[in-house]
Design a protein around this ligand. Structure first.
Ligand code: ZN
Length: 317
């Protein structure tokens, strides 16, 4: 039996933000290439990401934000019918095309479906190869390449659907997960642990807004040994004490030393090590249940290799 699920959907490839944008459809191709080349793909339970229900996305987002996304998608469709280019700029780095809203519904839907499969015991754990990413999306707004906060939606869904009392969110993206913090800060059912380059986009997170947030800002050029030390001495004691029943990972790979957006020095071996520590916590307290979802990672080669390393640990291969 396959123990690790791999959730994705073709719609996630159709969302794009214009020529030369680093958060590009080819990121998913780079991951697929590595899964094929390594043979790892044969050991994963590949599943189509369903469309996430708006009602459940609204567990983490304002109704108005969801409605604005839907309205913008309609305007873009009309713009294309009228011969327009069909892009809407949300912030200087973030744009919608006509496929963004469906892709965002699939991305959130992937995390919820992965949660269902893991909670049902069909899968031990799962990785969602989805875009747009989520961890900058706040309760009431899209920003930083993100529209719906896939992991925060998943965490709220797990709490409401399964009555879980302790859900952990682990975020190892190079950027601070300000959107996840915005949605989950102060909720005692959730513990979020993260590290991130600081000062750096989105210039938040240096002080934790609530006791359920463990933020560890690190300077540019921090490398693997220092990260492993903070994971061991700061993350793990908090996670152990919290005893999560389910662990979500905001799996961004832009702290890789080859990534052009971040200035940190992690390698595939570091991602494997961090994943193994998270897996140990999940095995001790959460029956091994982990739902991981793609966030950043913009050097295509490094992204493919890092996701492979992450998945090898999740799949125990
Ligand atoms: Zn990032």
């Amino acid at each position: 039996m396959f123990k690790t699920g791999y959730f994705t959907h073709a719609d996630c490839r159709r969302h794009e933000m214009g020529p030369g944008h680093p958060e590009c459809p080819e990121r998913l191709d780079a991951i697929e290439d590595r899964l094929l080349a390594s043979g790892l793909g044969d050991f994963l339970d590949r599943r189509e990401a369903p469309v996430g229900s708006v009602k459940e996305i609204e567990l983490a987002h304002d109704k108005l934000h969801v409605a604005a996304m839907r309205g913008m998608a309609q305007e873009l469709a009309e713009d294309i019918n009228a011969g327009g280019r069909g892009y809407a700029q949300i912030d200087p780095d973030t744009a919608m095309n006509v496929h963004t809203f469906p892709a965002a519904l699939r991305a959130a839907g992937a995390v919820m479906a992965a949660t269902d499969a893991v909670m049902a015991g069909e899968l031990q754990n799962a990785f969602c190869a989805v875009r747009p990413p989520g961890h900058h999306a706040c309760r009431d707004k899209a920003m930083g390449f993100c529209f719906f906060n896939n992991v925060a939606v998943g965490a709220m869904y797990a709490v409401h659907r399964y009555g879980l009392e302790r859900v952990a969110v682990v975020d190892f993206d190079v950027h601070h997960g300000n959107g996840t913090e915005d949605i989950l800060a102060g909720d005692p059912r959730v513990l979020m642990v993260s590290f991130f380059q600081h000062p750096f986009y989105p210039y938040s997170g240096d002080t934790a807004p609530a006791p359920n947030m463990l933020n560890v800002p690190v300077p540019a050029y921090t490398r693997g040994p220092a990260i492993r030390e903070l994971v061991e001495h700061q993350w793990l004691p908090r996670l152990e004490a919290f005893k999560p029943q389910l662990v979500f990972i905001s799996a961004g790979f832009d702290a890789h030393r080859e990534d052009e957006l971040g200035q940190m020095g992690l390698t595939e071996a570091d991602y494997a090590w961090i994943t193994a520590r998270i897996r140990d916590v999940a095995q001790r307290h959460a029956q091994g249940r982990i739902v991981s979802s793609l966030e950043g990672g913009y050097n295509l080669s490094a992204l493919g290799r890092s996701v492979e390393a992450h998945l090898r640990v999740l799949a125990d291969l």
